[in-house]
Design a protein around this ligand. Structure first.
Ligand SMILES: NC(=O)c1ccc[n+]([C@@H]2O[C@H](COP(=O)([O-])OP(=O)(O)OC[C@H]3O[C@@H](n4cnc5c(N)ncnc54)[C@H](OP(=O)(O)O)[C@@H]3O)[C@@H](O)[C@H]2O)c1
Length: 296
């Protein structure tokens, strides 16, 4: 990869805008590839705002050549629809960085990237889209990536920017730890309540039982996680502001498709493969799937 790699970003929503702004501030403005055309992107943070010059392109046929580095920040439910962008932007020399939740980004994207290297990441910061399509950054941006040779290209692209990048030799465990937190957050969808609901004793009990089920599956998949992870996650929700939401709850309330499969279904699927009973998932997952897709 050259000293000045060509960089594109697919999916300039909450997380995509934050990363595009971080790149732009250090002089590495990416090509912006979206679904909805916008003249520019705006990221608002505690000290002000960053305007990323656009336009946001909406037609993959306008891409003239493959790019060196491609960040993917569409929801996992939108990957199939963004296949045209991935086909136009990727070849076998491209490094793709998935800015998405879950533990399956590589298998999900591999189908569409013309043999490019796909690296997953754990996205540690919350960001939310406002009514005017600007994005509100809720914490300092931070990513964790696997300590693979190609990850250095991503760390280099974000070096000196407001987004910190950590490379981990045990990415699998970190990704599953985040997945467990996301899985428990799925309970908010079914209650239609924010983090405050975890102060209830009955929800605490349910969340702990569900997280122990998730932990057994995570360990069977190779994650090294301490016995106290369920308590630590529930404790985190209990200490959070009562009105803290989660993107899957926001999607449910806006009647958008839910990332239920990569956040909750995955535990049930891998549990079945490993012969681990998942009685709580067996109730939660169909309810989340039906909430996402209907019918009814
Ligand atoms: N938001 C958070 O705080 C947060 C934190 C950690 C992890 N994550 C994860 O990060 C990922 C992205 O989430 P997000 O919250 O940033 O989602 P988002 O705000 O909904 O952004 C998705 C973006 O993708 C665009 N898009 C949709 N379909 C497309 C297509 N076919 N081609 C190109 N662009 C397309 C959307 O365009 P439109 O403008 O047309 O909708 C939007 O700009 C998810 O996996 C999420 O779970 C999010």
């Amino acid at each position: 990869m050259s000293d000045r790699p060509t960089i594109a970003l697919i999916g300039p929503g909450a997380i995509g805008t934050a990363i595009a702004a971080a790149l732009h501030e250090v002089g590495r403005t990416p090509l912006l590839c979206g679904r909805t055309a916008h003249p520019q992107l705006i990221l608002r943070h505690d000290e002000g705002e960053v305007v990323v010059p656009g336009p946001v392109l909406s037609d993959p046929r306008t891409v003239a050549h493959p790019y060196d580095l491609v960040f993917v920040a569409v929801k996992t439910t939108q990957v199939t629809d963004s296949a045209g962008w991935l086909a136009a932007l990727c070849n076998k020399n491209t490094v793709v960085c998935a800015l998405q939740n879950g533990v399956e980004q590589q298998s999900l994207l591999a189908l569409y990237v013309n043999g490019a290297t796909v690296l997953p990441s754990v996205v540690w910061f919350p960001a939310q889209r406002e009514q005017d399509a600007s994005v509100r950054l809720r914490a300092t941006p931070r990513l964790t990536l696997p300590d693979a040779p190609q990850a250095q290209a991503i760390a280099d692209a974000l070096s000196g920017s407001r987004c910190a990048v950590e490379l981990s030799s045990d990415f699998l465990s970190i990704a599953w730890r985040k997945l467990l937190q996301n899985a428990a957050a799925g309970l908010m969808v079914l209650a239609n309540r924010r983090a405050g609901m975890f102060s209830r004793a009955d929800i605490t009990q349910l969340a702990l039982a569900y997280l122990r089920e998730c932990l057994a599956v995570a360990r069977a998949q190779g994650a090294v996680l301490h016995d106290n992870v369920p308590e630590a996650i529930v404790d985190g929700f209990q200490r959070a502001p009562a009105d803290l939401g989660t993107s899957i709850l926001a999607d449910r309330q806006a009647n958008r498709p839910l990332e239920w499969d990569i956040r909750n279904g995955v535990v049930q699927r891998y549990g079945r493969l490993q012969g681990i009973p998942t009685p709580i998932s067996d109730i939660l997952v169909p309810l989340l799937a039906a909430g996402s897709e209907g019918p009814g």
